[in-house]
Design a protein around this ligand. Structure first.
Ligand code: ATP
Ligand code: MN
Length: 432
């Protein structure tokens, strides 16, 4: 009499079938081989007569390295994503998360390969920063001060002179400003590192700790920037299909029957390129025809994800690069257009995701940049080094930020960003 063990070492979605002739093994030892147990098998690899696999192993020796009792939470029945998040320390052992994290690895490799092959340098920007001009309000502070005994000045402001860095410091929200320094020196660079945002947005697309890829290229204008973004995403998607097909197919079949079709769709389509103003017109027309949005649509509004997804999924039915946004809703460093109202921003909008990339051509002119900074009352005391790029041999340059987990949402078809990073950090959640 024979029995079968489905063994998996984590390297692929596919199990290897172990054929066990029960008469050759100790019954007590076999009882220890339960779901989740760790075993070592020696035997002969043979062609399989059964369907479902080409080969199998005829076991000669089996050793139980780690038994697993029946309190193991991952029994064979299906589990909800919510439940699996509560056991994030064990979920990489499930076939779903094995697939997701193998794809995550492969995407990281694809990103480095893409940029390296094109002569970009991987540049490391700091994780701890003292410049708060971009993310004021949503930064995590870094301090070694005793929070029970904070010294304050006569206005009640905390004194940071005696803090570790001698000033207020935070975790970075973006490596872009330092990336710009590098681009004006090395030509083309990219960053790829963790980013932190204390935004209290409990959505399926926001994490408090996420990874961002930020290329920055000297002499690129916004058109070059759009070309780069489109080539880059297509390269990554192609890479997933070429190198992770088994895992992608598994996720397609288990969760999202349209996944592979959507990935191939993106490869075959050219992305729509559309000014924000035109996008607003399309949305207003939709509203006039009776389409209901939760949030209002008007020129000047910061588009909500429902608006972005309407343009992509319902109107154009392909990815859209929206450009030339109102300057009021975009960052101070974006290049100002002649019209005095818009800036050379570009957001790449994707099906199911909404914004996947945010970028721009940067304002290269010192005076225009300073005027904008003054208009916005941005505290620039710690930013003299950034302004030096515009003072000394300034050049046109452009770049963008791609949220790594947003890319992974797209490539895996997962619907919650908490399920494409091993240990999600979100408001009120930093377990594991
Ligand atoms: P959103 O409007 O979706 O909140 P944003 O405009 O604040 O994003 P940017 O500052 O442009 O985002 O950051 C560049 C990219 O980083 C975004 O296009 C997105 O892919 C990613 N990103 C931004 N915030 C988050 C977050 N909290 N979690 C995961 N990815 C993020
Ligand atoms: Mn953005």
């Amino acid at each position: 009499q024979v029995n079968f063990i489905a063994l998996n070492d984590g390297s692929t979605i596919n199990n290897v079938q172990i054929v066990v002739d029960l008469s050759n093994f100790d019954e007590e030892m076999l009882k220890l081989i339960t779901t989740g147990a760790c075993i070592s098998v020696n035997g002969e690899l043979t062609e399989s007569i059964g369907s479902g696999q080409a080969a199998e192993i005829q076991a000669r020796e089996i050793e139980v390295l780690g038994a697993c009792d029946n309190t193991y939470p991952l029994q064979k029945k299906g589990h909800t994503m919510e439940f699996l998040r509560e056991i994030a320390h064990l979920r990489p052992r499930t076939n779903t998360f094995g697939a997701v994290f193998r794809i995550r690895h492969n995407m990281a490799i694809a990103i480095h390969k893409f940029f390296h092959e094109r002569g970009f340098f991987y540049f490391h920007t700091p994780i701890i920063t003292a410049s708060d001009c971009e993310g004021a309000g949503q930064m995590f502070q870094v301090t070694t001060k005793n929070l029970y005994d904070l010294k304050k000045d006569e206005n009640g402001s905390i004194i940071y002179d005696d803090d570790f860095f001698g000033k207020q410091a935070s975790l970075t929200v973006s490596g872009q400003l330092e990336g710009e320094l590098a681009a004006t020196a090395l030509g083309a660079i990219y960053t790829f590192g963790p980013t932190f945002r204390a935004e209290n947005s409990n959505t399926p697309r926001h994490l408090a700790e996420f990874w961002m890829i930020e290329p920055e290229v000297a002499f690129n204008d916004i058109i070059d920037n759009m070309d780069l973004a489109e080539d880059f995403i297509k390269y990554c998607v192609q890479w997933a299909l070429d190198n992770c097909y088994d895992d992608v197919k598994f996720l397609n079949d288990m969760f999202d029957k349209g996944l592979i079709e959507r990935l191939q769709g993106v490869l075959n389509e050219t992305f729509v390129r559309l000014p924000y103003t035109e996008g607003i017109k399309i949305l207003e027309e939709a509203v006039a025809k009776g389409h209901k949005f939760e949030f209002p649509v008007y020129w000047g509004v910061d588009l909500a994800s429902e608006h972005e997804r309407f343009l992509v999924e319902e109107h154009f039915k392909r990815p859209v690069i929206l450009t030339d946004y109102p300057k009021e809703i975009k960052a101070f460093y974006m290049k100002q257009n002649e019209d005095g109202k818009t800036v050379r921003a570009m957001d790449v909008l994707f099906p199911k995701i909404g914004e996947i990339i945010g970028g721009s051509e940067r304002e290269a002119d010192y005076n225009k940049l300073m005027t904008r900074i003054e208009e916005l009352n941005i505290p620039m005391k710690d930013m003299w080094w950034y302004l030096d790029t515009r003072k000394f041999g300034s050049c046109p340059h452009s770049g963008f930020g791609l949220g790594f987990e947003r890319l992974l949402l797209f490539v895996t078809g997962m619907t919650n960003i908490r399920d494409v990073i091993p240990f999600p950090r979100t408001p009120r959640n930093a377990e594991f």
